[in-house]
Design a binder for this molecule. Structure first.
Ligand code: FMN
Length: 372
C-alpha cells in the first residue's frame, strides 16, 4: 500500500494548486475575451503543464449552475469526480481533487467513485468536502438547503460512512440521523492509507470545527491578514487538542507581469472595467454581503472587486518579486499554501512557472522539480 494521505504535506513548504479550471471563467468573473474556457483540451494542457512544473494539485469548483450575467459565469462546468479521473489519467505526479456537496451525492456512490478515480491516479486523489450554501443549486436537485450547522452534522455522517466504506472489510448497517443504510460493503479499498486526502472548504465557525475534527486541510478564504491569523491559531489549537494535524490553504488569484504597474493595469482592465457586473452582483447578494449591516460601503466596494477578480480570493498582484514577497508573507503567517486562479490559465501559467517558481525556490519555499 502507498501512503499518499500526506502527499500534499510532503516536500514543499509552500504548496501551490490550480483552482477552478473545470468552470467557465475559473474564478475571474469578467467579460474579457481571453476569459477561461474550460474545454477538456484546455484542462489537460493545463494539468500537464502544472504536473511538469511540480505543482501539488488541481482543485475544481463544485458548481451546478452559473451566476448569470453576460458570461453566465461558471455556467459551463465539468462534474468534479469524472474531471479528476480524466486529469489523473493524463498526468503523472499531481493530485486531482474532487469537490463534492455532501447534501447532493449519496455517500456510497461517492465513496465508490472516489476509489475508482483514486485507483486511476495510483492514489493521487483528494476530496474537497463542501456542505453547500447555494439554495438555487440545491433546488435543481429538488433538495432543500438545510439549516446551516445541520449541514455540517450531515457532512460528518456522510464522511463517516465514506470512511467506513473505504476501511471496513465486513458488511455494516448504518443508522444515523441523515442516512439509514443496510448491508454496506464495497471493494476495492483506496490505495492511500488510511483514506484519501480530505480537505474541507468552510467559512463559518462550524466549517472550521468540521475541518479540525475531520479533514487534513481547511480551505479558507482570507478576508484580512488579522482574521487569517486568528483562524490559523484556532485551527492549530483545535487540532492539537485532538492530536491531529490540520493545515490551511487559501484561495488566491495571481496577476503577475514584468512590472507592478502592468499587473495593476491588467487587474483593473479585467476586474473593474470589464467585470461581469450582473454575475458579480448575484454572488455579492447571494453570499449575504450586500445586506450585511456590519460592512461599510467602502469595504463592500472592495469586496465586489475581489469577487470580480477572483471569486473573493486573496489578491497576489504585482511584478514577480512582489508576488513572491506576498506568498512569503502568507507562508510565514502559517499557511500551507494556495489554490490559485489565473484569468487564462494556459496563457498565463508559463510566466508564473518561469518567473515565480524559481524565485520561490531561492526563497526556500519550494524545491527544484526533479527530472524524471
Ligand atoms: C476557498 C473556498 C472554496 C469553495 N469552493 C466551493 C465549491 O466549489 N462549491 C461550493 O458550493 N461551495 C464552495 N465554497 C463554499 C464553502 O463550502 C462554504 O459554504 C462557504 O465558505 C461558507 O461557509 P459556511 O458554509 O461554513 O458558512 C468554497 C469556499 C471557499 C472558502
Amino acid at each position: 500500500m502507498t501512503d499518499t494521505s500526506n502527499a500534499v504535506t510532503s516536500g514543499n513548504k509552500f504548496k501551490i494548486g490550480l483552482f477552478a479550471a473545470n468552470c467557465s471563467g475559473g474564478i475571474a468573473c469578467t467579460t474579457v475575451p481571453e476569459r477561461w474556457q474550460p474545454t477538456w483540451e484546455n484542462n489537460v494542457t493545463l494539468a500537464r503543464m502544472a504536473d511538469e512544473a511540480g505543482l501539488e494539485f488541481m482543485l475544481p469548483l463544485g458548481r451546478w449552475a452559473g451566476y448569470g450575467g453576460e458570461t453566465d459565469h461558471n455556467g459551463t462546468s465539468f462534474e468534479t469526480i469524472i474531471w479528476a479521473a480524466g486529469i489523473l489519467g493524463a498526468t503523472k505526479r499531481i493530485i486531482a481533487f474532487s469537490t463534492l456537496h455532501v447534501g447532493l451525492i449519496n455517500p456510497i456512490f461517492a465513496a465508490k467513485q472516489i476509489v475508482t478515480a483514486e485507483h486511476i491516479g495510483g492514489g493521487r486523489f483528494g476530496l474537497n468536502i463542501v456542505c453547500g450554501w447555494n439554495a438555487d443549486e440545491f433546488g435543481m436537485f429538488g433538495i432543500e438547503l438545510g439549516e446551516h450547522d445541520r449541514r455540517y452534522e450531515q457532512g460528518e455522517e456522510w464522511l463517516e460512512i465514506c470512511t467506513r466504506v473505504w476501511t471496513e472489510t465486513e458488511p455494516f448497517d448504518y443508522d444515523g440521523e441523515f442516512f439509514h443504510l443496510k448491508n454496506v460493503r464495497a471493494e476495492p479499498k483506496p490505495i492511500s492509507t488510511p483514506r484519501p486526502l480530505i480537505m474541507n472548504a468552510g467559512g463559518s465557525a462550524a466549517g472550521l470545527d468540521f475541518a479540525v475534527k475531520n479533514a487534513d486541510f481547511l480551505f479558507r478564504n482570507i478576508s484580512t491578514m488579522e482574521n487569517a491569523k486568528a483562524d490559523i491559531a484556532k485551527v492549530a489549537a483545535g487540532a492539537k487538542a485532538l492530536d491531529r494535524n490540520v493545515g490551511i490553504f487559501t484561495n488566491a488569484y495571481v496577476v503577475c507581469r514584468p512590472t507592478t504597474k502592468e499587473a495593476e493595469e491588467y487587474h483593473h482592465y479585467y476586474a473593474v472595467e470589464n467585470a461581469d457586473e450582473d454575475a458579480v452582483d448575484r454572488i455579492f447578494t447571494g453570499r449575504g454581503i450586500k445586506d450585511n449591516p456590519d460592512l461599510s460601503d467602502d469595504v463592500k466596494a472592495q469586496m465586489k472587486i475581489r469577487i470580480a477578480a477572483g471569486n473573493s480570493a486573496f489578491p497576489l498582484v504585482g511584478d514577480p518579486d512582489t508576488v513572491v514577497q506576498k506568498m512569503t508573507a502568507l507562508s510565514e503567517m502559517g499557511l500551507a499554501g494556495i489554490a490559485m486562479g489565473l484569468v487564462h490559465y494556459v496563457e498565463h501559467f508559463p510566466y508564473f512557472r518561469d518567473e515565480i517558481l524559481p524565485r520561490l525556490v531561492r526563497a526556500g519555499l519550494r524545491e527544484e522539480v526533479p527530472n524524471d
